[in-house]
Ligand binder design. Structure first.
Ligand SMILES: [Zn+2]
Ligand SMILES: [Zn+2]
Ligand SMILES: [Zn+2]
Length: 326
């Protein structure tokens, strides 16, 4: 029986319409073509990327993580102001930063095969860049995201993520903030702390660690959509201690490995939602990570209705995934 569900955080609707007998393993994962060109992210090819911004470790010739400007940036810090103005068509300069985090020197190593210490370097790099962007004082938001696999928008298979400094707050975050503020006003409780409480003992839970929970989203956009939320209330991701960050990374890797065991080569996106820059403290917000696989096509219904048809019940996906989380 199809069911309409509303995501408590964004208000987005999902049409959960389980197809008969459809299991979380029943999706076809497109095969990745092997690349034959010189990979710009491999050691020895450093001159193929724009000049490096950051490397970890910072000293020495062998790097584990590099941050470089995106060769095809969506935004640029020194962009000219758009010349014509109209009260109807609003526009502003596409100013911002668009950077790539090369997560490993190893071309063939996907993120789920990293050790927690290796994967932690990605988030260390993100912390450093986010603090730098916050200090610049020009930007409204820092967005970290990862595209894995061609279907999920990755143009290179060498494991990497992207960091954008934006001159605006993304609409999705804006909607989450409006709803979270209203929720706090009406109930006296943080929307996300409540979400953690609901999910921790519910049918969609994947893992309850000391400081984090992971669960299948109640109203997902895609089969196997997974969220990681901190059990400690906090607005800003990069204010976490390094011990907590390592615990978070370890949980993310456990989730990625369980997803990989379910569908080898799974294409996915993940992104971090944290509070905007340069705003007063927003007690109602609470950072979180959303991981959205790219298994079903976004097509006419999704564009036209801004809602998503999901062919697997999240509760069934959770029951399937739980034993795979080691
Ligand atoms: Zn490579
Ligand atoms: Zn909270
Ligand atoms: Zn969010």
């Amino acid at each position: 029986m199809p069911e309409i569900r509303e995501d408590p955080v964004s208000g987005r609707l999902a049409l959960v319409a389980p197809e008969r007998g459809r299991r979380p393993t029943d999706f076809r994962v497109p095969e990745e073509k092997t690349e034959t060109f010189r990979c710009p992210f491999c050691p020895g090819n450093e001159e193929l990327t724009p000049p490096e911004i950051l490397r970890l470790p910072p000293e020495g010739n062998s790097w584990k993580v590099r941050v470089v400007p995106n060769r095809y940036p969506a935004l640029h810090p020194e962009t000219a102001y758009a010349e014509s103005h109209s009260p109807f068509y609003r526009r502003s300069p596409g100013a911002g930063h668009h950077e790539v985090v090369i997560e490993t020197p190893d071309h063939g190593k996907p993120l789920h095969e990293f050790t927690p210490e290796e994967a932690d370097l990605l988030f260390q790099a993100f912390f450093l860049r986010a603090r730098e962007f916050a200090a610049e004082g020009r930007w409204r938001y820092v967005l970290l995201f990862k595209n894995r696999g061609r279907r999920a928008g990755a143009s290179l298979s060498h494991s990497h993520s992207q960091i954008l400094a934006l001159p605006f707050v993304p609409g999705l975050v804006e909607r989450e903030m409006v709803r979270a503020e209203a929720f706090l006003r009406e109930t006296g409780e943080c929307l996300f702390c409540r979400l953690v409480r609901e999910e921790a003992s519910g049918p969609r839970i994947l893992a309850v660690d000391e400081h984090f929970v992971a669960f299948q989203a109640f109203a997902p956009r895609q089969p196997l959509e997974t969220w990681i939320v901190s059990r400690i209330h906090g607005q800003t991701f990069w204010e976490m201690t390094s011990d907590l960050r390592l615990e978070f990374v370890a949980l993310l890797l456990r989730i990625l490995r369980a997803l990989e065991a379910t569908l080898p080569g799974l294409p996915y996106n993940f992104f971090l939602h944290t509070e905007p820059l340069g705003s007063p403290a927003l007690p109602f917000f609470h950072w979180h990570l959303e991981l959205v696989p790219a298994l079903t096509r976004v097509a006419g219904f999704e564009w036209g209705a801004e809602a998503y048809i999901v062919p697997v019940r999240p509760e069934e996906a959770a029951a399937f995934l739980r034993p795979l989380i080691k």
